[in-house]
Design a protein around this ligand. Structure first.
Ligand code: SAM
Length: 355
């Protein structure tokens, strides 16, 4: 076994050992598909926030490629810049494994992947279900062309499409499975229309607070029912679903004491964070700050908070925390997702909230 093969086996075994992978077909795929074939270069963030380009000639390259890490490959939709907002990456293998397992795909089933990116995930899908059954779509023509080349160079030949994945790809529908490796604020109706009745759609919800992985069973007519998965998952948003960055709070404000730490509301590891996201839709978090585009803002200062703008976002967060405790502290996997023709909801028993 060469160096790459040994590192690949180590990564696949790590994914199995951690429980991210359970099915031997995916263990075999991670052992077989060369991630380095899809990452001849990528960017690594340094401690000071700057980005370093790592290329195939670098002695650290191979080991980093096979680390269980997300590697950014593009910023701001522009291949010539280093730094900015990541717009393409090879996702963290653990998250890829969790999503591929959730997809319950078997050899011979047709799959649409939204978000081709580097092509690595498409290659894993091809390994399991056969290149002829995989369609992958990316909105960025350069990313799409590069991925097609690398897929071919590594022996895979899925149908690579350039276009807006929110519209799916009707020419190859219906699909047995649809996997989105970019996140969405709401489920695009085309995804459920193009997935066979009983087929599965796996995606991540793009919410700055309380993001989540979801799996839906398609009704075949644009409707679907499903659940939020227990694992956390954060992804680059579908380009049209990205939110504008938060702005700094200014003007008049109120100050009051608080005993709720900032992390309780915004840290993905906090069990309350998913419910906080339901109560604070479109609220963006920065270091010790919350902001909404309506001008509402919070500056958390440990023992007290400053709140400005038309709504008191920290009051909303604390009320939601009390409600969450009254509800028995539900975790993300306790929530359902329903998609009807005109509305989409997160549900918890009799309760529901619009997506
Ligand atoms: C996290 S990357 C996907 C990772 C990829 N599956 C891999 O294995 O490397 C997200 C991708 O979604 C793409 N994307 C963003 N908006 C899109 C859209 N509306 N339709 C299709 N692709 C989109 C981006 O260009 C980017 O390549």
């Amino acid at each position: 076994m060469d160096d790459a093969g040994a590192l690949r086996a180590e990564l696949a075994d790590h994914l199995l050992g951690s429980g991210a992978l359970r099915d031997s077909q995916w263990h075999n795929a991670f052992r077989a598909v060369p991630r380095h074939g899809f990452l001849p270069w990528f960017y690594r963030q340094l401690a000071d926030g700057d980005w370093e380009r790592i290329t195939a000639g670098d002695p650290r390259w191979l080991e980093l490629v096979y680390a269980d890490r997300v590697w950014v490959t593009q910023f701001d939709g522009d291949d010539t810049v280093t730094g900015g907002t990541p717009t393409c990456s090879s996702s963290m293998p653990t998250i890829m494994a969790i999503m591929l397992e959730a997809l319950e795909v078997h050899s011979g089933q047709s799959v649409l992947e939204v978000g081709t990116g580097t092509g690595y995930n498409a290659a894993l899908l091809c390994h399991v279900t056969g290149s002829g059954n995989v369609t992958t779509i990316d909105v960025d023509p350069d990313i799409s062309a590069r991925a097609r080349e690398r897929l071919h160079a590594n022996g895979f030949s899925p149908t690579c499409v350039t276009g807006d994945g929110a519209l799916g790809h009707p020419a190859r529908a219906p699909y047995d499975r649809l996997l989105a490796t970019c996140s969405v604020a709401t489920i695009p109706p085309a995804w459920l229309e193009q997935t066979r009745p009983g087929g599965l759609v796996v995606t991540t919800l793009h919410r700055p607070i309380g993001a989540g992985l979801v799996r839906l069973v398609s009704g075949g007519d644009g409707t679907g029912e499903g659940r939020v998965l227990p694992e956390d998952g954060r992804f680059i948003p579908l380009r049209a679903h990205a939110l504008p960055p938060a702005f700094a709070g200014a003007g008049e404000f109120d100050r009051r004491a608080t005993t709720v730490p900032f992390a309780t509301v915004v840290d993905p590891a906090s069990p309350f964070e998913f419910f906080a996201g339901i109560s604070l839709p479109d609220v963006v978090a920065g270091p010790n700050r919350l902001a909404h585009s309506d001008g509402s803002w919070v500056h958390h200062r440990r023992a007290h908070v400053d709140q400005g703008g038309p709504r008191r976002l920290w009051d909303i967060a604390e009320d939601a925390l009390a409600q969450w405790r009254d509800l028995g502290e539900p975790r993300r996997a306790d929530f359902g997702v329903t998609v009807a023709h005109d509305v989409q909801h997160l549900t918890l028993g009799e309760l529901s909230w619009p997506l």
